[in-house]
Design a protein around this ligand. Structure first.
Ligand SMILES: Cc1cc2nc3c(=O)[nH]c(=O)nc-3n(C[C@H](O)[C@H](O)[C@H](O)COP(=O)(O)OP(=O)(O)OC[C@H]3O[C@@H](n4cnc5c(N)ncnc54)[C@H](O)[C@@H]3O)c2cc1C
Length: 426
C-alpha cells in the first residue's frame, strides 16, 4: 500500500479543494506543488463569484453547489453579496435574464422606489429612470438599463485557499514540494508519477492521480497524449489608487455590456502609426468591468485575448493594458478620467479554456483525473469542483451535471458544444 493513496498535482485553489474533499473522505492525500501554494493563477483573480450563467445550466449548478459548500470557509473567504450590475441595452439584458432561470425571479422596475436594496436573490432589471434613482452615481447614463444580478459578489481568494490548506492539513494531508514530470505504467494502467524533488527523480505510486496544474494543463495534456481542445488566453487586471473617491466604495461589480470605443477620433489619429494598437482603434466588444478594492479600484478589459503557450504562471502585460482597462470604465464612471496618466498596478494570468468554456473535470485514464480549464471562474467554482472530483475518485453518486463537465464528453460523437456560455468571459 503506498504511503499516499491520492496524489494531487498543483496547489492552486482547484488542487487544494480536491485534496481537501478527498482527505475529508478518509483518503491519504498528498499535494505536489513546484512553486509556492496559491501563488499562480489563483493569486491573480478579481475574486468575483456569480450564480448567473445564461444558457449553461451545468455551470450554474456547479457554482450554486460551490456556494452551498462555502459556509465553513466564510471566516477566511469573507464573501459579500453586492452582486454584478450589467449596464447596456434593455433587449440584450432581458435576454440574458431569460436564459438564466437558475438565478431566481426577475423583478422589473420603472422607478427606484420598488428596487429592493438588500435583496440577496433574484435579478432586478432597472429601466432608465429607476437605474439613476437606485444608483445615483449612474444617473448620467441616458437610455441605459441595468440588470442587477444578486446571487453574486466577491470574496478573498487567498482567504479561501488558506482555509482549504489549513483544513486539508488538519485532516492529515501533506504538501510536497516538487514537480510532476510524467506517468509510468504497471499492469496495463498508470501506476506511478515521475516526480522531481530537488535534484532527485522518484517514482511516486498512486491509486488516484489528480492533475490540477492551472496554466500547465495544455502542455501536460499534450505530453500525456490527450487530445483535448484547450487554449490559454492571457487576461490582465489593473488596480488604481482612488484618492479622489471617483469609484463609489459601495458599488457592486459594474459591467459595461455594450460595444464601445475607448479612443476619441483625435487620439486615434495620433495612434494610427502604432501597429500593436490597431485592433484597439475600432469599436470594442462588451465586457469592460470594475469594482472597488481597498483604497482604489480594479479595472478589467481584455477586448481581444489572443491564445498563447504559457511559459510561466503570469503572462507579460502589454504596455496599454492598464490604460485600456481604465478607459473601458469611462462610460460608467466618467470621473475616472482624472486618472488618465496614473500608473496602475497591472497583473494577470491565463484563462485556460475549452471552446464551450466548460472545465475538464473527471477521469482521462484508469486512476487519472483532470481538474482544469477553469477559464475566468476557477475561484467561484473551486469548492463545487473539488467536491465533484472527489466523488469521481471514490465512485460515489454523481450529480446530473457531472458528465457535461467531464473530459469524456469529447469522445461522444454526438456531443455538440454549446457556445453560449463561451460568450460570458468575465
Ligand atoms: C485576470 C484574471 C481574473 C480572474 N477573475 C476571476 C474571478 O473574478 N472569479 C473567478 O472565479 N475566477 C477568476 N479568474 C480565474 C481563476 O483565477 C482561475 O480559474 C483559477 O485560479 C485557476 O486555479 P487552478 O488551481 O486551476 O490554477 P493555479 O492557481 O494556476 O494553480 C496551478 C498550480 O499548479 C502548479 N503546477 C503546474 N504544473 C505543475 C507540475 N508539473 N508539477 C507541480 N506543480 C505544478 C502551479 O505551480 C500552480 O501553483 C481570473 C483569472 C485571471 C487571470
Amino acid at each position: 500500500m503506498p504511503a499516499h493513496e491520492v496524489l494531487v498535482v498543483g496547489a492552486g485553489l482547484l488542487g487544494l479543494s480536491a485534496a481537501h474533499f478527498l482527505a475529508k473522505k478518509g483518503l491519504r492525500v498528498a499535494v505536489l506543488e513546484r512553486e509556492a501554494p496559491l501563488a499562480c493563477t489563483s493569486d491573480k483573480s478579481t475574486e468575483c463569484y456569480r450564480v448567473f450563467w445564461p444558457g449553461d445550466e451545468a455551470l450554474a449548478a456547479l457554482m450554486a453547489h460551490s456556494l452551498e459548500l462555502l459556509p465553513p470557509f466564510r471566516p477566511t473567504a469573507r464573501p459579500n453579496r453586492r452582486g454584478y450590475l450589467y449596464l447596456g441595452e434593455e433587449a440584450a439584458l432581458a435576454l440574458l435574464a431569460e436564459k438564466a432561470p437558475h438565478a431566481g425571479p426577475l423583478r422589473v422596475h420603472r422607478q427606484g422606489a420598488s428596487y429592493p436594496q438588500g435583496a440577496e436573490e433574484g435579478l432586478d432589471l432597472l429601466r432608465p429612470g429607476a437605474l439613476g434613482e437606485a444608483f445615483p452615481y449612474l444617473a448620467h447614463l441616458r437610455g441605459v438599463v441595468g440588470l442587477h444580478v444578486r446571487p453574486a459578489g466577491w470574496l478573498s481568494a487567498q482567504g479561501l485557499g488558506m482555509g482549504l490548506l489549513e483544513a486539508f492539513r488538519t485532516l492529515g494531508g501533506s504538501l510536497l514540494h516538487g514537480e510532476f514530470l510524467g506517468l509510468e505504467q504497471e499492469g496495463g494502467r498508470p501506476r506511478y508519477a515521475r516526480v522531481r524533488q530537488g535534484q532527485r527523480e522518484t517514482l511516486f505510486p498512486f491509486q488516484a492521480l489528480v492533475l490540477a496544474p492551472g496554466p500547465g494543463l495544455p502542455a501536460l495534456a499534450r505530453a500525456l497524449g490527450l487530445d483535448l481542445p484547450l487554449q490559454a488566453e492571457p487576461h490582465f487586471k489593473a488596480w488604481f489608487p482612488d484618492p479622489l473617491g471617483r469609484f463609489p466604495r459601495e458599488a457592486p461589480l459594474l459591467i459595461w455590456n455594450a460595444p464601445q470605443e475607448v479612443f476619441t477620433p483625435e487620439e486615434k489619429a495620433l495612434l494610427q502609426e502604432e501597429p500593436a494598437l490597431t485592433p484597439l482603434l475600432g469599436p470594442l466588444p462588451p465586457g469592460a468591468h470594475g469594482r472597488p478594492e481597498g483604497e482604489g479600484f480594479l479595472a478589467l478589459y481584455n477586448p481581444f485575448p489572443k491564445a498563447e503557450a504559457p511559459r510561466a504562471c503570469t503572462p507579460l502585460p502589454p504596455p496599454w493594458a492598464g490604460e485600456v482597462a481604465l478607459r473601458g470604465l469611462f462610460p460608467l464612471l466618467p470621473g475616472l478620467r482624472a486618472y488618465l496618466g496614473a500608473r496602475p498596478r497591472v497583473d494577470g494570468g491565463y484563462y485556460v479554456r475549452t471552446p464551450e468554456n466548460r472545465p475538464l473535470l473527471g477521469p482521462v485514464a484508469e486512476g487519472v483525473y483532470l481538474l482544469g480549464a477553469f477559464s475566468g471562474y476557477g475561484v467561484m467554482a473551486a469548492l463545487g469542483a473539488g467536491e465533484l472530483l472527489a466523488r469521481w475518485v471514490t465512485g460515489e453518486e454523481l450529480p446530473a451535471y457531472a458528465q457535461a463537465l467531464a473530459p469524456g464528453r469529447y469522445q461522444d460523437p454526438t456531443y455538440r458544444p454549446s457556445l453560449e456560455a463561451a460568450q460570458a468571459q468575465l
